[in-house]
Design a protein around this ligand. Structure first.
Ligand code: LMR
Length: 401
C-alpha cells in the first residue's frame, strides 16, 4: 500500500529546526524557529511555571479526562487575559472558550467547525503570514485568499493596500489577523489603523479571526490585547485563537484556547456545542497539565506577579538585542531590508525580515552555521549579546561577497 508513497517536503520551520539539530558545527546559531531563548541561548522553564508545577504535584489527585472543551476555570482565566474582568461581552455571556492544544490546535478547530457552519466561506490571510495559516484552512478545503500587508521594503505596513484588499472580502468570509507581533514581519497596525480595520470588517460583514500567539511580547500584556478590545467594540462576532507557548514558555505542553464572541449567550452555547464536535473527532479532549499550570499561575497573585515579571524580562531582552543588532549593522555600514536599520526597532516581538537573498541565506547556513527561514525571517531571541557581532560579521561577508 505504501510502496509508491511520495515523500512530502519538510515543514519550512520545523524542518529547518531538524537540519539545525543535525548540523555538527559547534558554533551554529538558530535564528529560525520562533522559540524564545535567554542570554545563555536556552529556553528555560519559567520560575513561575516550576513553582506552579510543584503545587500541582502536591495537590493533583486524578488524571481522569477533562470535558471535551477543557477546564472551565482555565477558560475563565483565558477570557480575563483577553478582555479583563469588566468587559461587557463577558457580563453578557457572549464569549465561549475551549481549551486547545496550543494556538495551532485552536486555529485547526476553528477551521473545522467554521467549515461545517459556513461551507462557502473563504479564509483571508495577510501576505505574508505564518505558513501554517494557509495549510490549516486548505486542509479543510476552505479556499485561502490573501490581502496585502507589507510595502515593497517588507518592513512597513502597506495600510492603504491592506484596506483595499479587505474591501474585497465577501460577507461571511473569515479574515485572519495577527493580534500583535505579526509573524513573520513584526509589523503591526497602530490603534487608529486597528479601528479602521475593525470598521471595514464590520461593514463587509466579515468574521475576523485574531491569532494572538505573542500577547506580552510586543508592548505589554494589556497593550497587546488592544486590537481584541477594539474589534469587540466594532464587530458582533469574532474568533480569538491564543497560545501560551511563548508568553508562558510552555511550548511542549501545547496550551492554547479558541474563544468565540457571539451576539448572545444562547448563540455562545450553541457555538460551543459545535466546537465540541470538532474536538471530539480530532483529539477527544485536551491534555490537562499545561492548562493547569496556566490556571495555577493566573489564580495566585504572587505567581502571577512573578510570571508578569519574567514575561517582561523576555520582552526587554528582545528589545535590547534588536538595539544591539542595529548598532552592529550601523557600525559595519550595512543597511538591510532595503530600508533603514531603524525599522528593526519599530517592529514588535521576535521576528523581522532581514531582506537577505536566498543565496545569501544559504551561504550563511553553509559557511557560518547561521540558520534563518528561507523567507529571510530571523528570530531576534535566538541571538545573545555575544553572538550579535559575529552574526553581523557573517551577514556583512555574504552581503559584500
Ligand atoms: C514559528 O513561527 O516559528 C513558531 O510559531 C513555531 C511554529 O509553530 O511554526
Amino acid at each position: 500500500m505504501f510502496e509508491n508513497t511520495p515523500t512530502a517536503p519538510p515543514d519550512a520551520i520545523f524542518g529547518l529546526a531538524e537540519t539545525f539539530r543535525d548540523d555538527p558545527n559547534p558554533n551554529k546559531i538558530n535564528l529560525g524557529i520562533g522559540v524564545y531563548r535567554n542570554e545563555q541561548g536556552h529556553t528555560p522553564v519559567l520560575r513561575a511555571v516550576h513553582l506552579a508545577e510543584q503545587r500541582i504535584w502536591n495537590t493533583e489527585s486524578t488524571k481522569s479526562y477533562l470535558p471535551i472543551e477543557g477546564d472551565r476555570t482555565y477558560a475563565e482565566f483565558v477570557q480575563l487575559l483577553l478582555l479583563g474582568d469588566n468587559h461587557p461581552v463577558l457580563q453578557e455571556g457572549r464569549l465561549t472558550t475551549a481549551q486547545t492544544p496550543g494556538g495551532t490546535g485552536a486555529i485547526s478547530i476553528a477551521a473545522d467547525f467554521l467549515k461545517r457552519l459556513r461551507p462557502d466561506a473563504s479564509a483571508w490571510v495577510p501576505d505574508p503570514t505564518w505558513a501554517n495559516h494557509k495549510s490549516i484552512f486548505s486542509a479543510v478545503d476552505t479556499p485561502v485568499m490573501t490581502y496585502p500587508y507589507l510595502d515593497s521594503t517588507g518592513c512597513r505596513l502597506a495600510f492603504e493596500q491592506l484596506l483595499e484588499g479587505l474591501a474585497r472580502v465577501a460577507p461571511g468570509d473569515i479574515v485572519i489577523l495577527h493580534g500583535c507581533c505579526h509573524n513573520p514581519s513584526g509589523v503591526d497596525p497602530d490603534e487608529e489603523q486597528w479601528k479602521a480595520i475593525g470598521a471595514l470588517l464590520a461593514e463587509r460583514e466579515a468574521l475576523p479571526l485574531v491569532d494572538l500567539a505573542y500577547q506580552g511580547f510586543g508592548n505589554g500584556l494589556l497593550e497587546d490585547r488592544r486590537p481584541v478590545e477594539i474589534l469587540c467594540d466594532q464587530v458582533p462576532e469574532l474568533l480569538i485563537c491564543n497560545s501560551f507557548s511563548k508568553n508562558f514558555s510552555l511550548y511542549n505542553e501545547r496550551v492554547g484556547a479558541l474563544t468565540v464572541l457571539t451576539t448572545s449567550a444562547e448563540a455562545a452555547r450553541a457555538v460551543l456545542s459545535q466546537i465540541r464536535i470538532s474536538i471530539r473527532v480530532s483529539y477527544s479532549n485536551p491534555p490537562a497539565h499545561g492548562a493547569s499550570i496556566v490556571s495555577t499561575i493566573l489564580g495566585d497573585s504572587d505567581l502571577r506577579e512573578l510570571w508578569q515579571q519574567e514575561l517582561s524580562e523576555m520582552r526587554t531582552r528582545i528589545l535590547e538585542i534588536r538595539g544591539l543588532f542595529v548598532e552592529e549593522l550601523d557600525a559595519r555600514g550595512l543597511e538591510l531590508a532595503q530600508s533603514t536599520n531603524q525599522v528593526f526597532l519599530e517592529h514588535h516581538g521576535m521576528f523581522s525580515f532581514t531582506g537577505l537573498e536566498p543565496q545569501q541565506i544559504n551561504e550563511l547556513r553553509k559557511e557560518h552555521g547561521i540558520y534563518m527561514l528561507a523567507s529571510s525571517r530571523i528570530n531576534f531571541a535566538g541571538l545573545t549579546s555575544e553572538t550579535v557581532s559575529p552574526v553581523c560579521d557573517a551577514i556583512a561577508s555574504v552581503v559584500n561577497a
